[in-house]
Design a protein around this ligand. Structure first.
Ligand SMILES: [Zn+2]
Length: 322
């Protein structure tokens, strides 16, 4: 049986679609409509492409209406389906951070790097094979770049910290940002009476806590009403949410520093510390879900976060030794 798309129409012509990244509720992608034109922010994987078509068709549109495909950065849960989607959407251009463009045009290094982490079999199951995008259909969007799509105006902000090839997309119409991973992650099922739980994502290999804090401050200087998170869905950037997110970055840095001299099983140590941190925070917020569910919702991100912090610590140590 082919999978049916799960999606929610938000205000301002924006639709959030579950990319079904491995399973439901993990990664989102967004469809943004202006008249007869559509931009798709994030692509999920090749498996997400038929889901996008289903949502387009439900709105009386198809792949020909897609004007822009916009992954926030080239990590494969965001950009894995870009080549396949561009292949289907003949009128579309791909908009990407200047540091990510080469990886979209020739995805072989991206593929090899991810296979090194996941192994060939899991890679193929999750991503299939990554199609290259024609160089003449790629727009590189540096900081301050703007785009118009009918009466919709988009602005691109360079937002390093999670990755150097990361931008956030400001949509004037909704006064909102498509934040990719810059504004952390927040899974709706961990929401408590005290609101959404928000946590930074430090995936390998370019985590930089100080840059991430500056990027978040820059986003907030726009006084946005809404953040469209990839993991997962729209969220109001309340003071409470911003405080949780920035505190998590500072606390992650502290946890990292406590492990800088560890020579054995540093990733395991970090994973344990991060899980405890997350569970403590959720308990403080009186999250009503069981610890088992909290752990299973966060497990994958905690593993990736621990790996990313480990890489960052190695970089710090190397820089010190020079
Ligand atoms: Zn990422």
């Amino acid at each position: 049986m082919t999978q049916k798309a799960t999606y929610i129409d938000l205000p301002h012509g924006i639709t959030v679609i579950d990319a079904e990244y491995g399973t439901s509720g993990v990664a989102a992608l967004y469809l943004m409509q202006s008249g007869d034109q559509v931009a798709i922010v994030e692509t999920g994987t090749n498996h997400s492409v038929p889901l996008i078509l289903e949502v387009l068709v439900s709105k009386g549109l198809d792949f020909n209406n897609v004007r822009y495909v916009i992954p926030t950065h080239v990590h494969l849960d965001h950009a894995g389906g870009a080549g396949e989607l561009m292949h289907q959407c003949k009128n579309a251009e791909l908009v990407i951070h200047p540091f990510g463009a080469a990886h979209m045009i020739d995805p072989s290094r991206l593929e090899a790097g991810t296979i090194a982490v996941y192994g060939e079999e899991s890679f193929r199951k999750l991503y299939g094979s990554i199609r290259p995008v024609d160089a003449d259909r790629v727009i590189e969007a540096p900081d301050g770049y703007t785009l118009e799509m009918n009466d919709r105006a988009l602005e691109f902000l360079d937002t390093p910290g999670h990755a150097r090839h990361h931008f956030c997309v400001y949509d004037k119409t909704s006064n909102g940002f498509f934040t990719g991973d810059t504004f952390g992650l927040s899974y709706p099922q961990l929401t408590s009476a005290e609101g959404r739980f928000s946590f930074a994502t430090t995936t390998p290999v370019q985590f930089d806590p100080d840059a991430l804090l500056v990027s978040i401050e820059r986003l907030m200087s726009y006084k946005p009403d809404v953040m469209y998170l990839t993991h997962f869905g729209d969220i109001k950037p309340t003071q409470n949410v911003v405080r949780q997110l920035t505190t998590s970055i500072k606390d992650i840095k502290e946890i990292a520093m406590s492990a800088i001299d560890l020579t054995e099983n540093r990733v395991g140590y970090l994973q344990e510390k991060l899980l405890q941190y997350v569970l403590d925070k959720l308990a403080e917020m009186k999250c009503e879900q069981s610890v088992e569910l909290q752990t299973s919702v966060m497990a994958n991100d905690i593993e990736l976060n621990a790996q990313g912090i480990d890489v960052w610590l190695s970089r710090l140590t190397k820089a010190k030794a020079l």
